[in-house]
Design a protein around this ligand. Structure first.
Ligand code: FAD
Length: 404
């Protein structure tokens, strides 16, 4: 790299730092006061708008679709710098981490022209609509129907666990377009308008007091044919690509560098409570520290591969699984350090809530068992799980509520 290019990158780094020092001052609303994350989203949205106005959003996306057309080095610098400030974009993790890359990679130019800039600036929020009551791990068994009617598709069915559907403007959805085909080969992906009256969003109450996800019912939702993402009946391939983006986003976090936030929080707590001399607690703290360092290194490797132009591969599952295991270690250790007060509502119930929230990490974005299957089959090259239904027409399968 020429010295002029290095200087330009240094200047860019300084610009990021100055911007973040002024704007990344932390989310002011507490989770407990904002179970649906509506207030949190208002703060994230204002921050993202400022990022966009400063020319620091969508760094590597093309300029004609709202991005900055900059290099992967710029993206890396932005990520490294944001790691030193409080996270201000948490409600955008699905929209920016999964939906936007899919629309950019597989959407038509018309779709990109219509929505991409709004998604980058944060004016628009997109949610991910894959899971159904009978199709979670086995999402290819989904029953949401899409039937073609002239220049439109008509969608009917139910999605579930749809994070932030209640505040989303758009939904990236997969639906069955060809029931005569085997289950993986008759699915297509669409972009839908979450404000359409044919979309009904119902809150799900979470065990940790939150209400961030929803059931979504579609009744005769009309979707223009140009809102199809990617080719007809290739939705499974696209869904798999999006799930890999999801695992990379979850597994590597939104920031870069070595991060040990859980270790730092719990070691401070152990010192404060005078239990840091306990050898068992010390050992568990070091276990947590090592796991967080390894996960960060894995995240850096995955991000580097992505920046080298590779579509995220099954290696994202390693980071995702590591994150879920770290959450479990954090939960058990935090309960040991705080003691019975943790479950008896000490500190406003913060420890009990955190312990309950960790349960989601082994499920969201694909369960630990599914990550282990992917790692076994696609990273280690072990024999595939037997699949007896992969060539049968979907309409003949007894899956979900389809029993006759
Ligand atoms: C916090 C959170 C947010 C979420 N957000 C979204 C979202 O925004 N959009 C969305 O579409 N979905 C979302 N989900 C849904 C998530 O993707 C599913 O919950 C997940 O894929 C598991 O599916 P399931 O709940 O139907 O469980 P199931 O698939 O029914 O699994 C039940 C159990 O069986 C095990 N199992 C299943 N199949 C196998 C197998 N082949 N081998 C070994 N074990 C197996 C599982 O590991 C699990 O322990 C979210 C979930 C959570 C917890």
């Amino acid at each position: 790299m020429s010295s002029a290019a290095v200087e330009a990158l240094d200047a860019f780094r300084q610009r990021c730092r100055d911007f973040l020092a002024d704007h990344a001052t932390g989310i002011t609303v507490a989770d407990v006061d904002d179970p649906r994350h509506e207030k949190t989203h208002a703060e994230c949205k204002a921050f993202q708008r400022a990022v966009f106005d400063a020319g620091l959003a969508g760094l590597t996306y093309p300029t004609e679709f709202g991005g900055q057309g900059l290099s992967d080095d710029h993206q890396r610098i932005w990520r490294e710098e944001t790691a030193n400030f409080p996270l201000m974009t948490r409600t955008f993790s699905i929209s920016h981490g999964m939906c936007l890359p899919m629309i950019n990679e597989y959407g038509s130019d018309e779709l990109r022209a219509k929505y991409q800039a709004g998604l980058i600036s944060g004016d628009l929020l997109a949610c991910q609509m894959f899971s159904e009551p009978g199709a979670g791990s086995d999402v290819a068994s989904l029953q949401m129907k899409a039937v073609r009617d002239g220049d439109e598709w008509i969608l009917n069915g139910q999605k579930v666990w749809t994070t932030l559907a209640h505040i989303a403007d758009l939904g990236v959805i997969i639906a069955r377009t060809e029931p005569e085909h085997p289950k993986h080969r008759g699915i297509s992906m669409f972009l839908i308008d979450m404000h359409d009256p044919a979309v009904e969003v119902r809150k799900i109450n979470q065990i940790d007091g939150g209400g961030r996800f929803n059931e979504v019912y579609l009744t005769d939702l009309r979707v223009p044919v140009d809102h199809q993402i990617g080719p007809l009946n290739e939705g499974w391939r696209l869904a798999t690509a999006m799930l890999m983006y999801e695992r990379v986003a979850i597994g590597t976090g939104q920031t870069g560098g070595i991060q040990t936030p859980m270790y730092r929080q719990l070691s401070n707590e152990a010192i404060k409570r005078g239990v840091s001399v306990d050898p068992v607690i010390r050992q568990d703290l070091m276990r947590l520290y090592s796991a967080e360092v390894c996960k960060s290194l894995m995240g850096m490797l995955t991000r580097a591969e992505q920046q080298a132009g590779k579509t995220p591969g099954p290696g994202g599952s390693l980071g995702k699984l590591a994150g879920a295991m770290i959450s479990t270690t954090y939960r058990d250790l935090s309960l040991s350090i705080v003691g019975p007060g943790s479950v008896a509502g000490e500190d406003g119930g913060k420890w009990a809530k955190a312990a309950l929230t960790t349960l989601a990490s082994g499920i969201a974005g694909g369960t630990n068992e599914i990550q282990r299957n992917i790692i076994g089959e696609r990273v280690l090259g072990l024999p595939r799980e037997p699949s007896v239904d992969k060539d049968a027409p979907f309409k003949d399968l007894m899956v979900g509520t389809q029993r006759e």
